[in-house]
Design a protein around this ligand. Structure first.
Ligand code: HEC
Length: 476
């Protein structure tokens, strides 16, 4: 049980968020909440101490200490308030002083651990560099921390700060999910969550190329993430069944509710053609790299997976109907495609499935992929990797990909997730694509925590199975 301590603590916290959030904040600030003057006392106490110890900000004659409105709010409005605002997906606000002060200590911890803003890949230049990064700079992290050291004081309120408006995709086709009333699934991994897949027929007249997309959550307080993936309904998935047969059977399990449950990807046994659309709040329009696009075949159907989060009790009983907007082109210069290699899941089909021992705080699985055969099969000389989509379930701790170009330099770090979090699944697009030529190979290592299990951990799509997937957006 203790394995899941972090998560359980988070859940426990989320249950208290509404009732005693403010009180916790006071404890966190070590007395900074008491009577009105207490905060400032703490503050002056701190700054004179730091002054004596040679703090460079001391002794300038300025009123000591960073303030919320002058120093922290610009960061919070820009980087946090897209989610942490009234009606946003996050369970508390950071765009008011009162709330920010209440959550000061937690925000320091989350920003220092780089779990907030949600951006899972290591993004400090040591392992790839990524477009549209949400990661805070070290300076921003330090500013938040110093503000708290200084007593989390308010400063002079201002009204010129704005939460950035995310642009909507112009043009394109819009597909909307049915009005759905999510209900917490319960259990260890979905106490406040429901994962639901919906089938949409895009009714295409011919093959087209997806070049950009956007997601408009109908109820932003409920929608935690959205994945959308084209599915070939007629694809034979084994056992005499097509994708559509599998989907219809899943759908029939809950005739009184739209859609079907799906935790990993599109649901048990559904084979998708890639996951071109991944969305989390505040993301805005995603355009595929210039000149590239992803082919959606005329007969393809679209499976839209929505993760509804109900950690804030006020959203219980509310409904959602969200839209995915897709921009298509008739042709593109370079057709990109999504591969979903998962050497762990693949063992299910090898006749000798891999399993991981129970009761370990860290157990690793590594797979690799040699590019030569793949390039030959595609009849091309090289491939560019434009983006990566790391994916594991709730037992996952870390996932890393290295690339060996076969040039004698050895494996290079290409993507590194040090704190896997199932709640935040995103494609990460590189600033500069990685080129893979003959002799190249990819190696992926997943690290799982099986301490809470009594039985070995098997690969699979369900809540209590695991995956070690590194989705790749590839352009020949
Ligand atoms: C993309 C949306 C989003 C952004 C941007 C974001 N948060 Fe969050 N935050 C959430 C959600 C949702 C939760 C609730 C827990 C969860 O679902 O992970 C959360 C939880 C938290 C928590 C509770 C403790 C924890 O770690 O779970 C803190 C503290 C926090 N956020 C601080 C911040 C700060 C500070 C920023 C900006 C520097 C920020 N967040 C940016 C969505 C966001």
């Amino acid at each position: 049980m203790y394995v899941f301590q972090d998560r359980l603590q988070r859940w426990a916290r989320s249950r208290r968020w509404v009732s005693t959030g403010a009180l916790l904040g006071c404890f966190a600030l070590l007395g900074a909440c008491g009577d009105d003057g207490a905060g400032t006392e703490t503050d002056s106490g701190n700054s004179s101490e730091s002054g004596e110890s040679g703090d460079p900000s001391a002794g300038t004659g300025e009123p000591a200490g960073l303030t919320y409105w002058q120093d922290v709010a610009p960061i919070y409005f820009e980087r946090c308030a897209g989610c942490h605002t009234e009606g946003g997906i996050a369970p508390f606000r950071l765009d008011t002083y009162q709330d920010a002060a209440t959550w000061a200590e937690a925000s320091r911890a989350a920003t220092q651990a780089r779990t907030m803003p949600p951006w899972l890949v290591t993004d400090d230049g040591s392992c790839g560099s990524f477009r549209d990064s949400r990661a805070l700079s070290q300076d921003e992290i330090d500013t938040i921390s110093s503000w708290i050291d200084d007593g989390a004081i308010e400063g002079e309120p201002r009204d010129d700060l704005q939460i950035p408006v995310v642009d909507a995709l112009k043009g394109g086709e819009t597909y909307t999910t049915p009005t759905f009333f999510p209900e917490p699934e319960g259990g260890l991994f979905a106490e406040f969550d429901e994962y639901r897949c919906f089938l949409i027929d895009p009714d295409l007249e011919r093959d087209v190329y997806l070049t950009a997309y956007d997601v408009m959550p109908g109820n932003p307080a409920l929608v935690h993430h959205v994945l959308a993936m084209p599915v070939d309904p007629n694809l034979d998935v084994g056992g005499g069944q097509t994708n559509l047969d599998v989907i219809e059977a899943l759908d029939a399990e809950s005739p009184d509710r739209d859609g079907w449950p799906c935790f990993g990807v599109a649901g048990d046994g559904v084979e998708v053609d890639g996951i071109p659309i991944t969305w989390a709040p505040g993301q805005g329009v995603v355009s595929f790299p210039e000149g590239t696009g992803f082919r959606v075949k005329q007969d393809d159907l679209l499976v839209v997976q929505i993760h509804y989060n109900m950690a804030s009790p006020e959203v219980l009983g509310q409904s959602d109907s969200s839209s995915v907007r897709m921009r298509f082109a008739d042709s593109v210069e370079r057709e990109g495609f999504f591969e979903l290699p998962d050497g762990f899941l693949d063992t299910l089909f090898s006749g000798d499935p891999a399993s991981l021992p129970a009761g370990q705080s860290s157990v690793k699985f590594t797979w690799d992929m040699q590019l030569d055969g793949y390039l030959e099969w595609l009849n091309i000389d090289s491939l560019d990797v434009y983006g990566v989509f790391p994916h594991m379930h709730e037992f996952g701790r870390k996932i890393q990909m290295t690339v060996d170009h076969g040039d004698g330099q050895g494996p290079q770090c290409a993507a590194d997730v040090q704190r896997w979090d199932f709640d935040w699944q995103l494609y990460y697009f590189y600033e500069e694509p990685l080129t893979l030529g003959p002799g190249s190979s990819i190696e992926v290592t997943c690290d799982f925590n099986t301490e809470g299990m009594d039985e070995p951990l098997w690969p699979g799509w369900g809540t209590y199975n695991e995956m070690c997937l590194m989705g790749l957006f590839l352009v020949p």
